[in-house]
Design a protein around this ligand. Sequence first.
Ligand code: NAD
Ligand code: UDP
Length: 341
Amino acid sequence: MNVFVTGGTGYIGSHTCVELLEAGHSVVVADNLVNSSPESLRRVEKLTGKAVPFYNADIRDRDALNRIFDQYSFDCAIHFAGLKAVGESVEQPLRYYRNNLDSTMTLMEVMGDRGVKNILFSSSATVYSQDNTMPLTEESRTGGCTNPYGWTKFMCEEIMRSTAKADGEWSVMLLRYFNPVGAHPSGLMGEDPRGIPNNLMPFITQTAAGRRDHLNVFGNDYPTPDGTGVRDYIHVVDLAKGHVAAMQYMAEHRGTHVFNLGTGTGYSVLDMVHAFEKATGKPLPYKIAPRRPGDVAVVYADPSKSEKLLGWKAELDLEDMCRDSWNWQSHNPNGYGEEEK
Ligand code: NAD
Ligand code: UDP
């Protein structure tokens, strides 16, 4: 298939481009580079030996999208583009709502005009309500989000669902990611967050690399085996492969479909620290800090629907996630800002 990839220079988008190209699909990427570097696509090209046309465009810019759609005949879009920092969304809600909702609506309008009515969307486990029991299935309650970022994902899901309900030609795949970590095993690609990382794994890798003093472990008094928060970490390459499987399913099924992309296994913050220490062979300095507001004790997926219907399941384990994250970080201490060594 010929795939329009929004946000394709970003962390998950770039890894998905590799898997799409390796599965024989072709991709065209648009991204406004607000949180990424076009160098990621050079690495995709290096790894796959295939060209990746890139457009520096804002997905809210209808004219820019029309110009791209004039040049290509797409079968579907994967919509990764979006702002994703939870804390920032609390401080700048309008920027988040404007960016994430407007880009989704503009993209769907342009696609609809062209009769390209197949879309996969980067949703998140954050759309699930906090009062669910674990593991989370696709039927678990949604809503009650604790921050504007989460609400943008919830609202985009609704926008897409309503569109597919009104026009039966649409196929919408709502992919709810759990906690993506890791990097391409080549060491050529990985996560390159701007500024101080919000998420656990990039903070760990930067601490191990000496860029940060120590990791703050947010709370050790949760009702979990070691008191620290438990999450469902999934290797980004597994996640990327999940998109290839979902795209295949979408081609054969109209309407809206929701899938969890997680492993089904929860690890605590200290599990992550110890696994990372094993991967690097050196201790990771950390301090116990107060709980982070808005955090819950335990989140993990029931991925059985994805396994049954998509024929996909995560295959890489915690050791792979830590090894590949460290391989990327240690060979690219400044992310894409510097050539790999
Ligand atoms: P990322 O920031 O690396 O990638 C998102 C990309 O979108 C960036 O390259 C950014 O420049 C681009 N972008 C943002 N707004 C844009 C706009 N208006 N026009 C064009 N490009 C725009 O983030 P990621 O981790 O690769 O996440 C990809 C998607 O998955 C996002 O929608 C994110 O919300 C979602 N998601 C991520 C996680 C996670 O933990 N990484 C978890 C669940 C869902
Ligand atoms: N966490 C932590 N220190 C950090 C960043 C995160 O202890 O510097 C914890 C956080 O409290 C949560 C887990 O690590 O229990 C995963 O957090 P992350 O922000 O990566 O993902 P999310 O909150 O979206 O699940």
